[in-house]
Design a protein around this ligand. Structure first.
Ligand SMILES: [Zn+2]
Length: 87
């Protein structure tokens, strides 16, 4: 399974076909807020994003590379979508 941001670009179609031909399922999630939301406590604020590369949660103090933090949020959203589809 591959979970990624749903960016509504031509590349998404190619990625979707590639995933399918490799026997993988592609789940696209809404990217809104993924880069500003804390992967630990869920606090969403633009102040959490101190620089382009760094994430620092103003609520719980969680620190991470901004892309890593966003990737965790995207994965979690994808897994939630999959659970919803399976139910
Ligand atoms: Zn937090």
């Amino acid at each position: 399974m591959i979970v990624c941001e749903d960016l509504r670009i031509a590349g998404m179609t190619i990625l979707s076909h590639k995933a399918e031909s490799a026997g993988r399922k592609l789940i696209a999630v809404n990217p809104a807020g993924t880069s500003r939301t804390c992967a630990r406590c869920g606090h969403c604020a633009k102040e959490n994003r101190t620089t382009q590369a760094e994430f620092w949660c103003t609520a719980c103090g969680h620190e991470a590379h901004a892309d890593v933090n966003a990737a965790i949020n995207i994965l979690r959203a994808g897994l939630a979508l999959q659970d919803a589809q399976a139910a």
